[in-house]
Ligand binder design. Structure first.
Ligand SMILES: [Cu+2]
Length: 257
C-alpha cells in the first residue's frame, strides 16, 4: 500500500491573511504562484533520526492474538484504562490528548498502524475490540494487568470500539474510532468575506501524508511531518453574489484540488 495515496485532508482553503484568520493555520499564499497548480513538500534537511523500533511486547503489556499488524511498528498509540463508577463502565484515556477523557474519540490517519493498550483499573474482566479491523486485546481481569492490540487502519470512516464482555458495551464501554478526515463543511462566513472583501480568493488544500512528533506527541513519530500544499486558480466573486452561493463555490473549488 502506498501511504502517499492515502492522505488526510485537514485544512481546506485559505488565501490572504484575512482569510487565514478564519481557520487559524499560518499559511500564506505566495502571490507569484497564483494561477498555477503548485506542489510543495516539507522534508527534513537531514533524515530524522529513526527512533529505535520498540518491541511491542517489550513493556509489561502482552500483544493480543487479535493484532493483525503486530509485526509493524505502530505509528500511533493510545492507552485506555477501565473505570467502574456508579454501575457505569467506561474506558478512560491515559496520556496525550485523550488524558482523562471518558470513552475518548480516537482519531488516526488512514494507513496508520494503531496500537491500543488496555489497562485494567477496576478488577473486572474487560477487553477492547475493533471488530471492523478484526482486532482486539486479550481479556484482562486483574487490576494493573494490560493487553495490547495492533492493527492497520486500512479503511476510512467512523467505527465503534467497545468491550466485548456481555453487557459491558451496554453499560457504557463504547467509543468511536475515526479513520481519515473528510472535508468539513465550510462556514457561511467564508462566502461573506469572499464577496464583501472584493478580493480574488485562492483555494488551497493542505494534505498531510504523515504526521510529525508534534501531532503524535510521542515516539516513534518523525520530527517533521510530510505535507503537500495544493494551490488552485484565483476565484473572483461578483459584489452582488449571494454569500451562501459563494461559500458553496469555495468549498467545491477546494474539494476539486
Ligand atoms: Cu468490559
Amino acid at each position: 500500500m502506498r501511504r502517499r495515496d492515502r492522505v488526510l485532508v485537514v485544512v481546506a482553503w485559505l488565501a490572504f491573511v484575512v482569510m487565514a484568520a478564519i481557520y487559524g493555520p499560518s499559511v500564506a499564499a505566495d502571490p507569484g504562484s497564483a494561477g498555477h497548480r503548485h506542489m510543495a513538500q516539507t522534508k527534513p534537511a537531514t533524515p530524522a533520526p529513526k527512533a529505535p523500533a520498540p518491541k511491542v511486547g517489550a513493556s509489561t503489556a502482552k500483544v493480543a492474538k487479535k493484532s493483525p499488524a503486530a509485526e509493524y511498528t505502530p505509528t500511533v498509540r493510545f492507552r485506555l484504562r477501565t473505570e467502574l463508577a456508579d454501575g457505569k463502565m467506561a474506558f478512560v484515556g491515559v496520556g496525550g490528548a485523550i488524558e482523562g477523557v471518558v470513552n475518548p474519540p480516537l482519531r488516526v490517519a488512514e494507513g496508520d498502524v494503531v496500537q491500543v493498550t488496555l489497562i485494567n483499573n477496576d478488577n473486572v474482566e474487560h477487553d477492547v475490540v475493533f471488530p471492523e479491523f478484526d482486532a482486539g486485546t486479550d481479556k484482562v481481569a486483574r487490576k494493573g494487568a494490560s493487553s495490547v492490540t495492533v492493527f492497520r487502519a486500512d479503511k476510512s470512516g467512523e467505527f465503534a470500539y467497545f468491550c466485548s464482555l456481555p453487557g459491558h458495551r451496554q453499560a457504557g464501554m463504547e467509543g468511536k474510532l475515526t479513520v481519515g478526515g473528510p472535508l468539513q463543511p465550510f462556514k457561511a462566513g467564508a462566502g461573506l468575506i469572499a464577496v464583501e472583501g472584493a478580493t480574488p480568493i485562492i483555494p488551497m488544500k493542505l494534505k498531510i501524508h504523515s504526521m510529525s512528533i508534534v501531532d503524535r506527541r510521542r515516539f516513534p513519530a518523525p520530527f517533521r511531518g510530510d505535507v503537500e500544499l495544493v494551490i488552485g486558480d484565483p476565484i473572483r466573486f461578483d459584489a452582488d453574489m449571494d454569500h451562501a452561493t459563494a461559500t458553496t463555490q469555495l468549498e467545491a473549488a477546494v474539494a476539486a484540488l
